[in-house]
Design a protein around this ligand. Structure first.
Ligand code: 13P
Ligand code: SF4
Length: 329
């Protein structure tokens, strides 16, 4: 990373800087420009595409990513990729899902330590025990899990389709793992009895109902959009609940004068770039796992073709079935 950049490099990357200038100070741009320029060239050389989650920082999200979205969109789009190499700018379970759906492609993640507190909260053995305890009750597993956990499930879901998936089963009771709050929020929406697990997203569990009340008191007229991984009392205080993509769609469609996205920090930066007319109030929590992914690490991944994501074939087949069942609905 360099703090000065050649005039040529600055000229080449100027259109990209123009996109993100509202959220990246000009003094920081030369440090990003060199890596961005190298990554764009390496993508062509390696026949690679970059899939980036909505929580990636703006220089990744707006300047090097080919496809951006929520967990559901990334899973769907991964299946349409023509390139031989997919670099997943997101966390490990997202890279595993891309690999499950594209077994013939090389899927790379810039940092193997980019985990997730939800994925870490449950093992395949835990799911087997729950099945023994609740015989015949279908198991719906959030995509924020390892392939081994998906392999023990009947069907997967994301925050974008959880309600639809639960309703599609047409049963009075389901096991939904591992996000306790998402499960409680979906139970409230659907009336289906849901057996939960005590997993939490370390980013969303920190928001409280009191935070939302204080925001409303200090920012009159604010529209509050919350992610369904937040505790039910936070969802109860919000104007709208939805996946990261659903929150973006809300802002795109309604253009509220003032809004808060009760979710990971980078979301507001990424959406604000496209909506200068909207005032974003930004109390947010950082996801330390998402923030493991940086431009220098993406560049190194493309230079070295590491770290390749592989999945044990005995786990991959049943895990793929659970993800494909979700995508069929
Ligand atoms: P979505 O993008 O699917 O809403 O998920 C949020 C999340 O926490 C992913 O890590
Ligand atoms: Fe996991 Fe939460 Fe981070 Fe998403 S934001 S990767 S759910 S810890």
């Amino acid at each position: 990373m360099s703090l000065s950049a050649s005039p040529d490099l600055m000229a080449r990357t100027a259109p990209l800087y123009d996109r993100v200038k509202s959220v990246i100070p000009s003094i920081e741009w030369p440090a990003f420009a060199e890596d961005i320029d190298a990554i764009l060239a390496l993508k062509r050389e390696r026949d690679a595409v970059i899939l980036a989650h909505n929580y990636q920082t703006p220089e990744i999200f707006h300047c090097v990513a080919d496809i951006v979205g929520d967990s559901l969109a990334l899973a769907r789009e991964a299946m349409k990729v023509d390139a031989g190499v997919i670099v997943l700018a997101g966390v490990h379970f997202m890279a595993e899902t891309a690999k499950l759906l594209n077994p013939a492609k090389r899927v790379l993640i810039p940092d193997l330590d980019a985990g997730c507190s939800l994925a870490a909260s449950i093992t395949a053995a835990d799911v087997r025990l729950l099945r023994q305890r609740y015989p015949g009750v279908p198991v719906v597993t959030y995509v924020n899990t390892s392939a081994a956990v998906k392999a023990e499930s009947d069907i997967c879901c994301t925050s974008g389709n959880a309600r639809k998936i639960v309703e599609s089963l047409g049963v009075p009771k389901v096991i939904m793992l591992p996000d306790e709050y998402l499960a409680q929020n979906i139970a409230a929406e659907t009336g289906v009895e849901i057996v939960t697990w005590a997993g939490h997203c370390e980013v969303h569990e920190r928001f409280t109902a009191q935070d939302i009340r204080q925001l409303r008191a200090s920012h009159p007229g604010i529209v509050v959009l919350a992610h369904p991984e937040c505790p039910p009392e936070v969802v109860g205080e919000s104007d709208f609940t939805g996946s990261t993509a659903a929150m973006i769609d809300y802002v795109d469609a309604k253009r509220p004068a003032r809004v808060v996205l009760v979710t990971e920090c980078s979301m507001s930066d990424n959406v604000a770039v496209q909506h200068p007319e909207v005032e974003f109030i930004r109390p947010c929590n950082l996801c330390p796992h998402m923030k493991q992914i940086t431009l220098p690490k993406i560049r190194r991944t493309l230079e070295t073709m590491r770290h390749e994501v592989t999945i044990d074939p005995t786990v991959a087949a049943p895990a793929r079935r659970a993800v494909e069942r979700m995508l069929e609905i």
